[in-house]
Write a protein that binds this ligand. Structure first.
Ligand code: PLP
Length: 518
């Protein structure tokens, strides 16, 4: 089944559907595309790992966010998934962006890798390889420049890293990105010198022990030092415009937000006492993002709305923003990986059955599956797994009987490093063979952005898919990119038409008209 080559699919008059984008049929999901692709690859020896990203998911996440938190403007945290397609769709939907760095394009060590990857992709295309098999750009810090490069206005960006390199501050100053966070006096000194017009947001320390990935050990000013910081900013002639916090990623309870709001209230009072115009509250990220987590998010939103109504009511002159990343990106991608090697060991039968007495009598030994080696691992898209408290269960794409026997099995990555495992322990798996596929949903966040090419293994390639008829959801009303003439058009057509958001290699623009014969 050829995928991603829907050349000629009808776009706006005179344009073609971009080669890189898979056109989803009505009701077709990323999961179905993954299965088709597995079928296709299973006939070949090239069973490289891949991901399918359904960009339509971003529209439904945006809608869910705007519905649940109607007074909060989302600034998508680019670090979670910085794919150009993801950013383009979000820019069109009207989110703003949280960036943590400038792009270190030519200056960075990633630059040679980028050029090599681009050259490889070009060569692969010339050699007739499937385009999707060609490597994507390796991950690198591409945040401020990447978002600005899409035509997003600097006012729609918060530079939400409280410890910034001087050169990145200078870049923000020169590109007009004014909103930025800080949590120390040293940062104020740097900003005063290199970006005196910045609009600063004081990042507060929070109690984030109920989050899967806490941040407070590294970031956040405690309430005791806030007054001093606000006065120092004043003395340096800097404008502090608000306060922010981050509950830590994948926050498990809304309770954590209540104290954070109370602390922000205090900081607003302190700021106003120091004659700062406190007009912005940034409630950070931390919202759960995997499929099935909707009730938890909605419950969290209810608590946040109630506290906001009490402490920062609408019409009170305070703009509320958030920096959701995981919430938008996690469920966008589904990954498929292949088993490249398998090891089995002889184990006494007792190890997995409690029939100790009978085994003592029979001394049976049997062959147990002990580990399978996948073509993706810790150094690729699964790096985040080592920090997750509960291992994710992969879906085995294989015909099995209704209740197959399960064996404890370690899932290894492909590199020659013994640490390269998906999870520290073993998972109960059915009997697996070389060539079998495992599928993992909710792989859109912290996967490609944190992967490496360690040991020469390229991370999974990503195919982007979208329903050409998908309409922009209600949440679009927050969009500032959309123009009147774009109302009522599908998301895909808006991508074609939006001049504010040029595409990668302009693939979404109509192709140039053929030259007239002389
Ligand atoms: N904002 C900042 C400053 C962050 O450090 C992070 C994640 O680490 C986020 C936003 C995104 O958080 P989440 O993906 O949990 O929503």
């Amino acid at each position: 089944i050829p995928l991603g080559n829907k050349k000629g699919t009808q776009g706006p008059p005179g344009s073609t559907w971009p080669e890189e984008l898979i056109a989803l049929g009505p009701g077709e999901s990323a999961w179905q595309v993954v299965l088709k692709k597995i079928q296709e690859l299973s006939d070949s020896d090239h069973r490289d790992p891949f991901m399918v990203a359904n960009l339509g998911v971003l529209a439904s996440r945006h809608q869910a966010f705007c519905r649940a938190l109607p007074w909060v403007s989302p600034f998508y945290a680019v670090k979670r998934n910085s794919s150009i397609w993801v950013l383009r769709v979000l820019a069109i939907l009207g989110t703003s962006f949280d960036c943590a760095s400038q792009m270190r394009w030519i200056r960075s060590r990633a630059a040679p890798c980028l050029f090599v990857a681009r050259a490889l992709a070009f060569w692969a295309q010339r050699a007739g390889m499937d385009r999707e098999a060609a490597p994507e750009c390796p991950p690198c810090q591409v945040e401020l420049e990447q978002v600005l490069g899409l035509g997003v206005a600097p006012s729609r960006i918060i530079y939400a890293n409280p410890c910034k390199p001087v050169s990145h501050i200078q870049y923000a100053a020169c590109r007009g990105v004014q909103l930025m966070t800080f949590d120390s006096e040293e940062e104020l000194t740097k900003v005063a010198q290199h970006h005196p017009k910045a609009r600063l947001v004081l990042w507060l320390w929070t109690q984030d022990s109920e989050s899967t990935f806490p941040l407070s050990a590294k970031f956040g000013a405690t309430l005791e030092v806030c007054e001093h910081l606000l006065q120092s900013a004043r003395a340096l002639g800097l404008a502090v415009v608000g306060a922010s916090f981050h509950m830590g990623s994948n926050c498990q309870t809304a309770r954590s937000f209540t104290q954070a709001f109370a602390d922000c209230r205090r900081v607003f009072e302190m700021g106003r006492a120091s004659r700062h115009d406190m007009s912005l509250l940034d409630i950070g990220g931390g919202f759960p993002g995997e499929e099935g987590f909707e009730p938890k998010f909605e419950e969290m939103a209810r608590v946040i709305n109630a506290v906001l109504a009490q402490d920062f009511p609408v019409g009170g002159g305070v703009e509320i923003i958030a920096e959701p990343g995981h919430f938008y990106a996690a469920s966008v991608c589904t990954a498929a990986v292949n088993i490249i090697a398998k090891k089995a060991v002889l184990q006494p039968e007792t190890q997995f059955h409690d029939e100790i007495e009978s085994t003592k009598r029979s001394h049976h030994f049997i062959l147990w599956l002990s580990g399978v080696h996948l073509n993706e691992g810790h150094y690729g898209i699964f790096r985040i797994f080592s920090r997750e408290p509960v291992p994710r269960m992969p879906i085995v794409v294989k015909e099995l009987c209704s209740e197959p026997p399960l064996f404890p099995c370690t899932l290894y990555g492909p590199t020659c490093d013994a640490f390269d495992k998906l999870f520290p322990g073993e998972l109960p798996m059915p009997e697996l063979d070389v060539g079998d596929w495992l599928v993992l949903p909710s792989m859109g966040a912290y996967t490609t952005t944190v992967s490496s090419t360690f040991n020469g293994f390229l991370p999974a390639s990503v195919s982007y898919a979208m329903d050409p008829e998908l309409r922009c959801p209600e949440g679009e009303r927050r969009g500032r990119v959309l123009r009147g003439s774009h109302q009522g058009l599908s998301l895909a057509r808006r991508m074609w038409l939006s001049s504010a958001v040029p595409g990668p290699r302009n693939t979404l623009l109509p192709p140039p008209a053929p030259a007239k014969p002389k």
